[in-house]
Design a binder for this molecule. Structure first.
Ligand code: FAD
Ligand code: SF4
Length: 512
């Protein structure tokens, strides 16, 4: 076990039941929780952050993917939605949340999305000029910028070679990193701390301003007094995941930032009601799929950061392409082959470009709880299924243009493609949804914000309608999917929510 900084506590520190007091208790320490905690602590409030996962500093990060996944992903990183097709998804469960294990893509919310939120959801003061200072502040704290050129891997260069041949637009990715070394371990914890996750950016800032972080602590319920939330109750998570001593934190203000799966579950477990009846609904996922393209040339995609570029030609149609090298064990688990064919494919690992696409979904699912645990129900619409096939076909065209010799499709029953002519195989017959393999790392929208308490769970700044002393500040707030990576949007919204909490201090303190 590594030494923890002052004011970061772990399971060894709470032997007996404990009661704590503060101004604001923040549940969850990821993109939403970490940012709001730092902002409020910097303004002088006494802040306590509660996090179910453990505290794992940079020195604990190794390239052993399966060990890191067990250490920092919820449910071993392999949860799935219920529906057709099932969508595999991952959430972080560690101090710093999913930012510790994410890819680091840092994008502002597209203007057309902000405009949609303003017009369709009556979100207050959300235009691009009004959001500018929040994005700029976040980008400064997480060092959002372009990669140093020498850290870009060959699979990425091949991707844009294909885009150039097709005449399609692409962009340099903006990532939250300072002189990233290109080790491509981002999903298992950055071993150099170049990736400025919440663990190494906002949390140290929160601690420096006096916040306390209690890790290994799972919040079960919000404490309610009438229409007011006055704190939370939780249990210590022991090494074997069983629950130990009880901890209660009393505060006039509670911020729930557990991510878009866990936040609605906590609200439901606590009996919070919304006039909108939309706690847990409006789940969107940005379904992803991927193909493996084999080239004659050496690709060695592990030598450099993944997703150095994004192909944005089809952003208006709601999809993006990127190259994402994954370790051989993970690739072998996900390619649509077995036996000799799989062995042949894995022998070519050094010549494979694993390329993915992100789809801005037009349908929504919902979270329900069973025994207090959240389950995601999501049915891909026919329209989105057709778009996924179309986008995959375009991605294959790009890879053949870049020189691919063979491509494994993500659709069961579709044989490997050997030439651009074969791409037609993808679109000739209707591919059943049950034959699609989808996954996601973007879960959004289950406690949506907006200007109408009959349609939205939270107001434009995350305050839960109809309940005093309670805010939400994470990906749950999104009124719709955003079509790009969500971390920076969550961070900017949290910065803005913190400002609102500070401006309304006299109100929420008086109500408690
Ligand atoms: C593998 C992966 C790669 C990704 N890549 C990118 C990327 O490149 N760019 C990008 O923009 N986005 C990326 N994302 C998504 C992005 O990281 C998330 O959207 C973002 O971190 C979500 O922020 P959040 O605050 O909603 O939740 P999180 O960051 O997930 O934080 C929630 C925290 O709350 C804790 N928690 C939950 N329930 C409780 C409870 N009851 N009690 C106490 N604590 C609790 C969790 O353990 C977790 O640590 C990726 C995600 C993953 C998993
Ligand atoms: S590629 Fe860069 S950001 Fe990712 S783990 Fe390596 S050094 Fe860290």
């Amino acid at each position: 076990m590594s030494a923890r900084p002052d004011r970061v506590f772990g399971r060894e520190d709470y032997r007996d039941d404990t009661v704590l007091d503060c101004d604001v208790v923040v549940v969850g320490s990821g993109a939403g929780g970490g940012v709001i905690a730092a902002e409020l602590a910097e303004a002088g409030l006494e802040v306590i952050v509660l996090e179910e996962g453990g505290y794992h500093p940079t020195s604990e990060f190794t390239p052993e993917a399966s060990a890191m996944i067990r250490m920092m992903y919820r449910d071993g990183g392999a949860a799935t939605t219920l529906g057709t097709p099932p969508v595999l998804f991952s959430e972080g469960r560690t101090v710093g949340g999913s930012t510790v294990i994410n890819g680091g893509m840092s994008w502002r919310t597209p203007e057309k999305i902000l405009e949609r939120w303003r017009t369709d959801d009556a979100v207050d003061r959300i235009t691009a000029p009004e959001m500018e200072r929040y994005f700029a502040r976040v980008e400064r704290f997480i060092s959002a910028g372009r990669q140093d050129p020498e850290t870009k891997s060959q699979d990425n260069e091949i991707l844009i070679r294909g885009a150039d041949k097709k005449g399609w637009g692409w962009i340099h990715n903006i990532r939250n990193q300072a002189h990233c070394a290109g080790t491509n371990n981002c999903a298992f914890g950055c071993p150099t701390a170049a990736k400025r996750s919440v663990l190494v950016s906002y949390l140290p800032r929160a601690l420096a301003f006096g916040a306390r972080v209690y890790s290994d602590l799972r919040v079960d319920k919000l404490i309610r007094r009438g229409g007011q939330v006055v704190g939370v109750r939780g249990r210590v998570v022991r090494e074997d995941n069983s629950l130990g001593a009880r901890v209660e934190v009393r505060a006039p203000l509670t911020v729930v930032a557990c991510g878009a799966m866990q936040t609605p579950a906590l609200l439901m477990r606590s009996g919070i009601r919304s006039r909108s009846r939309r706690i847990g609904t409006d789940l969107s996922l940005h379904p992803n799929t991927k193909v493996q393209a084999i080239f004659d040339e050496n690709v060695e995609g592990w030598k450099g950061v993944h997703q150095a570029y994004q192909v944005r030609q089809f952003q208006d149609e709601g999809f993006l392409f990127a190259a994402v090298n994954v370790p051989p064990g993970i690739l072998a688990m996900t390619v649509p082959h077995f036996g000799r064919e799989l062995m042949e494919m894995m022998r070519s690992y050094h010549r494979i470009v694993n390329a993915g696409l992100l789809l801005e979904d037009t349908t929504t699912g919902r979270i329900r709880t069973i025994g207090g645990r959240p389950f995601a129900f999501y049915e891909l619409s026919d329209h989105d299924a057709e778009r996924a096939v179309k986008a995959t076909a375009l991605l294959c065209e790009l890879l053949f243009a870049a020189g691919a010799k063979k491509i494994a499709s993500p659709f069961e029953g579709v044989p490997d493609l050997s030439s651009p002519d074969d791409v037609r195989k993808l679109t000739e017959h209707r591919i059943p949804k049950s034959a699609m393999e989808l996954f996601t790392v973007h879960i959004m929208g289950t406690a949506r914000m907006g200007g109408d308490p009959t349609r939205h769970v939270c107001d434009s700044y995350g305050k839960v309608y109809g309940t005093g002393g309670l805010y939400v500040s994470d990906a749950s707030l999104f009124p719709s999917p955003i079509g790009v990576n969500p971390m920076e949007t969550i961070m900017a919204l949290s910065t803005r929510n913190a400002e609102r909490i500070l401006d309304t201090q006299s109100v929420w303190r008086a109500a408690a």
